[in-house]
Each structure stands twice: as structure tokens, then as C-alpha cells.
Design a protein. Structure first.
Length: 320
């Protein structure tokens, strides 16, 4: 069932890039926060279950993450390069430096420091949603250390949560420190880690996590209906947590074996990567549709079709 959830979340990101909101709030941000929770949960499972007896445990974990993230990403990056240089769309850069930064992924998370734009008009990186992959990769680099040393994990969680709260208050930039960068988001991944470990051990965590959920729900209510100080993506990150925590519990407790679950999980990453290119393709070739619903359906299908060859090839590479 997790594969279906991932595909739904990737669709949420796609909808946000089409300008579709939920009561004026960004669906994509909520989806990304839930992705972070799932990433923490999945990483904990990989490291503590699959690689626990591996003689080179940390190295095997890093290799797994690289093989899972980079091949399909580089496939889509190549498609973007072929399109923009074949058409001249957006005044593509003549410098190899931005492409190197895009290929490395992590620098994309620091767009406020590094200029990785491959287009001049509008100024864009190759895959706009990839900044979050840069964040994820940094988390994956740190997580083995945090998983092996519990005291360090507790310090990291508390520090990150504190930075998030300071950002949410507006003392520091809410968008950058409360949603984009590692210091203010690491605690979200660590929530996923903690929940996975406790649920796997069948520990009685219901009271703890439902109290956390209640606190988050109250924060959402105050932010939406009481607090007039609107901050960029503060409400969306809170909503993502409020939805994501019970969702992780639900996904762990139910044992539905839905057909094509693995396919949905694989295609969710493809959809996440390709949809921005497909939005540009629809505009460039002046493909007009009569309603937003038709545009969503067309974009969804086109994105899956464009991603499918890459998914099939990269899955074979991953399984080697």
C-alpha cells in the first residue's frame, strides 16, 4: 500500500506545480513533508533490518541509496538537456558548471548559495523539485551515524525541532530554515525513524504519538484561524506532520497486499522527476486542453510514459 501512497504524494507535488491549491495552501509542501517521514521510516528499516548483518553495513547502505536515487534522476536530467538544447527553450546555459551542480543533486538544496540554473529565462534548475532530493541525500549521509548512536540522535532531534520552531516564529526565514534546509527539517525524518523502530518492536506508542498529533493539530488550528502572522509554508509543514504521523501508523498496522504496489512506488519517483519537464513540453508545443481536470490527467499520463523507460532500465541496474 505504501507504493500507492507515494504515487499519491508525487501527484500532490505535480498539482502544486500546476498552481492547484487546497483552500489556498500548497499541496506539494504537505506531500513533501510526508515524503520526509516515509524516507526516515524506510531508511530505518533498510539500515536496521536489511543491512544489519552485512559486513560492510554502512557502505552497503550508501550504495543502495545511490543506486536507488541517481540512475533515474540522471535519466531525466539527460531528457531535460536534450530538450532544451535541441529547441533552445529558455536560453540554456553554455557553461558546464550548472550541469555539474545539478548532477550532484546536493548543491541544489543550497540554491541560495550556488547558482545551478541551466535556463536563463526563466531562471530554473533542470528539475525544479530536485532541491528536496539534495536535502534527502544529506539526511542519508547522516542517518547511519544517528541510527548507531542514540544519544546523538536525541540531540539532533531536539536541535532540529528547536530550529524549526524558531523559523516558524519568524525569527529566522521560515521557508528556508523551516522547510528547505537540513537543520530545520531533520527532526521530521527522525520522527519517521522513531516511529518505524517502535512500531517494528511492537512497543505501545499510541499515547505518545497521538499526543504529538494533538499538539500538531492545535498548532494547525491556531495558525489557520487565530494567528494573523502568516509565514511561508508554516501551516503546510504542520499539516504534513498531522497527516503523516497517523498515516505511518496506519501503513504499519494494515497488511493489505494491493496489486501493482511495487510498480506504483517505482513510478512515483518517475512522476516526481518528470512532471516539470512535461509541463514545459505542453506549453512549448501549445497543447491546449479545455479544463484543468483534463490537463491533470494528460500530464499524469505523459509523465508516467516519459518515466517508464527509465524506471524499467534503472530497476534492472538496481537489482544487479
Amino acid at each position: 500500500m505504501v507504493g500507492y501512497v507515494r504515487l499519491l504524494l508525487a501527484t500532490g507535488v505535480m498539482l502544486s506545480h500546476l498552481g492547484i491549491t487546497l483552500a489556498g495552501y500548497n499541496i506539494g509542501v504537505m506531500s513533501v513533508v510526508i515524503f520526509f517521514l516515509l524516507a526516515g521510516s524506510t531508511t530505518s528499516f533498510l539500515f536496521n533490518k536489511i543491512y544489519v548483518d552485512h559486513p560492510q553495513r554502512i557502505r552497503a547502505f550508501y550504495q543502495d541509496r545511490i543506486k536507488r536515487l541517481f540512475p533515474l534522476y540522471l535519466y531525466v536530467l539527460a531528457l531535460v538537456a536534450i530538450f532544451i538544447y535541441a529547441t533552445g527553450h529558455g536560453q540554456p546555459t553554455s557553461s558546464p558548471w550548472p550541469w555539474l551542480l545539478n548532477a550532484l543533486i546536493v548543491p541544489l538544496n543550497y540554491y541560495m548559495v550556488f547558482s545551478a540554473d541551466v535556463l536563463a529565462e526563466p531562471a530554473l534548475i533542470a528539475i525544479p523539485a530536485a532541491w528536496s532530493l539534495g536535502l534527502e541525500l544529506q539526511v542519508y549521509i547522516l542517518l547511519p551515524l544517528l541510527l548507531l548512536y542514540k544519544p546523538l540522535r536525541k540531540i539532533a532531534f531536539a536541535s532540529s525541532l528547536l530550529i524549526y520552531l524558531v523559523a516558524a516564529s519568524g525569527i529566522i526565514d521560515t521557508d528556508i530554515w523551516g522547510y528547505r534546509l537540513l537543520p530545520g527539517t531533520l527532526f521530521i525524518f527522525l520522527i519517521g525513524v522513531a516511529m518505524r523502530q517502535q512500531l517494528s518492536a511492537e512497543k505501545p506508542i499510541w499515547t505518545l504519538w497521538w499526543l504529538f498529533w494533538l499538539a500538531g493539530f492545535m498548532a494547525v488550528y491556531i495558525d489557520a484561524f487565530v494567528w494573523d502572522d502568516i509565514r511561508s509554508f508554516r501551516l503546510e509543514t504542520l499539516v504534513g506532520l498531522v497527516i503523516g504521523v497517523p498515516l505511518l501508523i496506519l501503513l504499519r498496522r494494515i497488511s493489505w497486499q494491493l496489486p501493482a504496489n511495487r510498480w506504483c512506488a517505482d513510478m512515483s519517483y518517475g512522476l516526481f522527476l518528470t512532471h516539470s519537464l512535461d509541463i514545459v513540453l505542453l506549453e512549448y508545443f501549445s497543447i491546449n486542453v479545455y479544463s484543468m481536470t483534463e490537463k491533470v490527467i494528460l500530464l499524469f499520463g505523459l509523465s508516467l510514459a516519459l518515466a517508464l523507460p527509465g524506471v524499467l532500465v534503472t530497476n534492472k541496474l538496481y537489482k544487479r
